[in-house]
Design a protein around this ligand. Structure first.
Ligand code: NDP
Length: 247
């Protein structure tokens, strides 16, 4: 695949699921990948695997709710790999619940990670991209960035917000900076573990999360967007399992 080899790609939420798959896939295509998340041991295991397979990878612990952590992650990546070419805002959580369950702490967590975390990523990487007048943001949203249903209200709201932020950013930045959203349907990962209500988790797993994409399918969509020539800005990719018809 063209235009990936040698690129420096920083990924938040790279310790499991989609972020891990993106890191492994892009590294296998010759990118230099920088992995961030809270679970350092998991990151180190993935980095060791990538390096064992001949790839180039580094990692740093970060909490995307802390702007300073995300700034430090970008600085660390530049110290190690000289620059950042692509910043992937992937970290997220999905504690679904009905509004009248009043899980206010979970609403706050989703807003902090899914929205503020993305803004922290933009604030950390955009100055680097502006200085060299080149770069790409890839924001992992969800089909919930355009669909809402019972229990997904706050989660979908956070993903609608990221879609809006991405579109505004695309319009504001200079011609050589690219902004892409990748909106996955149901995909293999640890995401459903963030649902705290055991009944809802059961319903999610038994009814909605039966036909899952492998996380590598989302990694392939990300690779497609990165691989385009620098004057081609793939703005939105929606990737669902074929069997996912209802949302
Ligand atoms: P996982 O739960 O497997 O991965 C989520 C990642 O986010 C983990 O690496 C986790 O790492 C990280 N994360 C969570 N909170 C923080 C934080 N505060 N700071 C830094 N990292 C954090 O789920 P997915 O791979 O599925 O999720 C990735 C993205 O894909 C999310 O944005 C999700 O909304 C989106 N998505 C997923 C779908 C699916 O069906 N799987 C469908 C649609 C969208 P750690 O705990 O180590 O910090």
């Amino acid at each position: 695949m063209e235009n990936i080899k040698g690129k420096v790609i920083a990924i938040t939420g790279a310790s499991s699921g989609i972020g891990e798959a993106i890191a492994r896939h892009l590294a296998s295509l010759g990118a230099m990948v920088s992995l961030g998340a809270r679970r350092l041991e998991k990151l180190e295991t993935i980095v060791n695997d990538i390096v064992k397979n001949g790839g180039r990878a580094i990692c740093k612990q970060l909490d995307v709710t802390q702007a300073v952590d995300v700034r430090d992650f970008v600085s660390f990546t530049i110290d190690e790999f000289k620059t950042v070419d692509v910043f992937i805002n992937n970290a997220g959580l999905m504690p679904l619940s009905m509004i009248n369950a009043y899980k206010v702490d979970e609403w706050h967590k989703m807003i902090d990670v899914n929205i503020k975390g993305v803004l922290h990523g933009i604030a950390a990487a955009l100055p680097v991209f502006e200085e060299k007048d080149r770069g790409q943001f890839i924001n992992i949203t969800s089909v919930g960035d355009r669909w809402v249903g019972p229990t997904s209200t706050v989660y979908s709201a956070t993903k609608f917000a990221v879609r809006a932020i991405s579109e505004g950013l695309r319009q504001e930045v200079s011609g050589n900076i690219r902004v892409t959203i990748v909106a996955p349907g149901a995909t293999e990962s640890e995401l459903a573990e963030t649902i705290s209500d055991p009944e809802l988790k059961k319903v999610a797993l038994e009814q909605f999360r039966t036909h899952l994409l492998p996380a590598k399918a989302i990694a392939a969509a990300v690779a497609y967007a990165v691989s385009q020539p620098s004057d081609v800005d793939v703005n939105e990719l929606v990737v669902r399992p074929t069997a996912q018809k209802s949302f």
